[in-house]
Design a protein around this ligand. Structure first.
Ligand code: 13P
Length: 236
């Protein structure tokens, strides 16, 4: 069970240091744990979690090694810091920063080639779900990865229905299970669920046969809440 905390644009280095000091001694059940701080806090997280099994991932990564790409960061730079993975294609990047299926594939390919692990995000919007397009959207988004990358080592998919992100509306365990089955039909990989995961619902979601972990936003920012999610998700 992989539990990843996506901190989004929260926590500078100082808060990161505090968080890691507590996390490194916590009982996390049997969860494989990843934290994903903003770029400026990655080095602090790597240092703060050194000697533990907890991994540190960035929130995106560019496909080129270097170049005139203002605001971007390469896999080599992340590896130099001791970062071992990256989230790619989060819906907030698709929605606000022009990320497309194509750019998600490019980022994923480059990151995997250089030895980073990747959590690639997919998920339908509320309008798409209401229009009965969930399956088509997932097949398109996951299919783009399947065509170029395939079921590569180091790649994990995160199913994050956009309507459940930061809204307090969680997909029911049954909805998550159905979506994960669709994802796995296209690409046979581990699939994390994301969207308003918290300690109170983590156990029921994790109990679904095709839910292999969680990508947690808001509830990963409080260290005790994140620890509780790791334990709940692995309690069965
Ligand atoms: P919330 O857990 O805040 O809904 O965010 C989910 C998410 O986007 C994780 O990447």
């Amino acid at each position: 069970m992989l539990i990843a905390g996506n901190w989004k644009m929260f926590k500078g280095p100082e808060e990161t240091r505090e968080f890691c000091r507590r996390l490194r001694t916590a009982d996390l059940g049997t969860a494989d744990v990843v934290v994903s701080p903003p770029y400026v806090s990655l080095a602090e997280a790597v240092q703060g979690l050194a000697g533990t099994e907890i991994a540190v991932a960035a929130q995106s990564v560019h496909w080129a090694a270097n170049g005139a790409f203002t605001g971007e960061i390469s896999a080599q730079m992340l590896l130099e810091l001791g970062v071992s993975g990256a989230i790619v294609g989060h819906s907030e990047r698709r929605q606000y920063f022009g990320e497309t299926d194509e750019s998600v594939v490019r980022r994923t390919v480059a990151a995997l080639e250089r030895g980073l692990r990747v959590i690639a995000c997919v998920g339908e919007t509320e309008t798409e779900r209401e229009a009965g397009e969930t399956e088509a959207v997932l097949k398109r988004q996951v299919g783009a990865l399947a065509d170029v990358v395939g079921a590569a080592d180091g790649l994990v998919i995160a199913y994050e229905p956009v309507w459940a992100i930061g809204t307090g509306k969680t997909a029911t365990p049954q909805m998550a299970q159905e979506a994960h089955e669709i994802v796995k039909m296209t690409l046979d990989l581990a699939v994390l669920y994301g969207g308003s995961v918290k300690a109170e619902n983590a156990r029921d979601l994790a109990a679904q046969p095709d839910v292999d972990g969680a990508l947690v936003g808001g509830a990963s920012l409080d260290v005790e809440s994140f620890i509780a999610i790791c334990r709940e998700a692995t309690a069965l």
